[in-house]
Write a protein that binds this ligand. Structure first.
Ligand code: SF4
Ligand code: SF4
Length: 399
């Protein structure tokens, strides 16, 4: 047996099969199939690593159906490192299964700055010239196997470029590195811009190292450890500046991966709460209803979701209501919605039904992947709810 397999077995053996995790698992909740539960997946990997089960499409499918939401990991009393087990299994079986064109495209985009630059200019053209409407009418995205990817494109993707340094606009409190990730500048410029605005406003010099790259989550979860390690190394070098007091992330999906290999990584809402800055005196009132969504990566991995509510509660007059704790993963889960349309839409619909139980003008989410998926779902239902990052609301209300 290889050392890698022995390591897998050691992790799998730490599971005592108590089943406490199973009710927390979205795929188990919807299928009631043990093979679609965390305990079942651990047992399958255990059997494979022990030489009692061959690699088959069925085995891959049960492992691949996992959202890696890590709700099981949070609930597990034996602290089984479930995500590591899945990532390691995928790494050891990398290349043994085929991937769709959407998944390949998103992975390539995440790794290539030049490709993102090209897409950035094309997107504006695609939307401005009514090409999007025509393409959708002719079902072209579906024809090319890109429908699930195309539906996520926001209404106003940015064509602007970012500077590498923004000086503090108040008495200097420190220096922070801002991680924008591979998709931030392309699909979530509004959030990047808002983060710079708020951080400089309260006195932080903001550095955006030009050499920063994708966090590597997509490559890692696809089993491509070579690319994931290469990206990690590049980010470690990009953020090695000792002057930086923190590396602030604006997408919890990126933050939850980046924190594994770059020190001082912190989600922006938690960072702002830690500064003890009193925003209530500098924000204009906002008479509006806000529903708060907590991404799995923020609540189960970074575990700082409570700071978002604390931060938003500082906006005068805002009526904020968190989605219930029982709400499961929205189904975005990195590139999951591109590969598992049915389960992703089932989970999305469940979440939307809960969102719509109360009136809302805004839905706030701290992860771009979730925000795009949820916004697409609301658009498709004809709902006029704006999906934004919490920092965007904060920046909008600054006096
Ligand atoms: S993963 Fe943890 S909670 Fe789930 S069955 Fe194993 S030991 Fe129990
Ligand atoms: S990570 Fe999420 S989907 Fe995967 S087994 Fe755990 S709870 Fe279920």
């Amino acid at each position: 047996m290889t050392n890698a397999k022995k390591e897998l077995l050691a992790i799998a053996d730490s599971c005592v099969k108590c089943g406490i995790c199973t009710p927390h698992c979205p795929t188990y909740t919807h299928t009631q199939n043990e093979n679609e539960s965390p305990r079942g997946r651990i047992a399958l990997i255990q059997a494979w690593a022990g030489g009692n089960l061959n690699v088959t499409d069925k085995l891959f499918s049960h492992i691949d159906n996992c959202l890696l939401c890590r709700a099981c990991e949070k609930a597990c009393p034996a602290v089984v490192p479930y995500a590591k087990l899945i990532d390691d299994f995928r790494a050891q079986t990398h290349g043994e299964k085929s991937t769709s064109i959407s998944v390949k495209l998103v992975k390539a985009l995440s790794e290539s700055k030049r490709m993102r630059g090209w897409i950035k200019s094309s997107l504006k053209f695609y939307q401005q010239k009514n090409l999007q409407k025509t393409a959708r009418f002719l079902h072209l995205p579906k024809l090319f196997g890109l429908a699930e990817l195309e539906r996520l494109i926001p209404n106003n993707p940015s064509t602007k470029n970012l500077e590498t340094y923004y000086p503090a606009l108040a008495e200097v409190k420190g220096d922070i590195g801002l991680f924008v990730g591979c998709m931030g500048e392309l699909l979530d410029f509004e959030t990047v811009n808002a983060a710079i605005q708020v951080l400089t406003y309260i006195g932080f010099n903001v550095h955006l190292p030009e050499t920063q790259v994708c966090c590597g989550a997509l490559a890692l979860h696809e089993g491509d450890t070579e690319t994931a390690h290469k990206l990690a190394k590049e980010n470690q070098i990009a953020f090695a500046n000792k002057k930086l007091d923190a590396i602030v992330t604006i997408a919890s999906g990126c933050g939850s991966t980046l924190q594994d290999y770059v020190p001082k990584v912190i989600d922006i809402s938690h960072f702002l709460i830690q500064t003890n800055f009193d925003f209530s005196h500098v924000l204009k009132p906002l008479d509006t209803n806000i529903r708060l969504h907590s991404p799995c990566t923020l609540k189960n991995v970074m575990k700082t979701d409570k700071s978002v509510l604390k931060l938003l509660n500082q906006i005068p007059n805002a009526n904020i209501s968190s989605l219930p704790e029982t709400v499961q993963c929205c189904g975005a889960a990195g590139n999951y919605s591109l590969k598992h349309e049915k389960m992703a839409k089932t989970l999305l619909n469940e979440l939307l039904n809960t969102v719509l139980e109360k009136p809302a003008d805004y839905l706030v989410s701290s992860n771009i992947g979730c925000a795009l998926h949820i916004a697409a779902g609301l658009r498709e239902r004809g709902e006029n709810i704006t999906v934004v990052h919490p920092i965007v609301l904060l920046a909008k209300q600054l006096r």
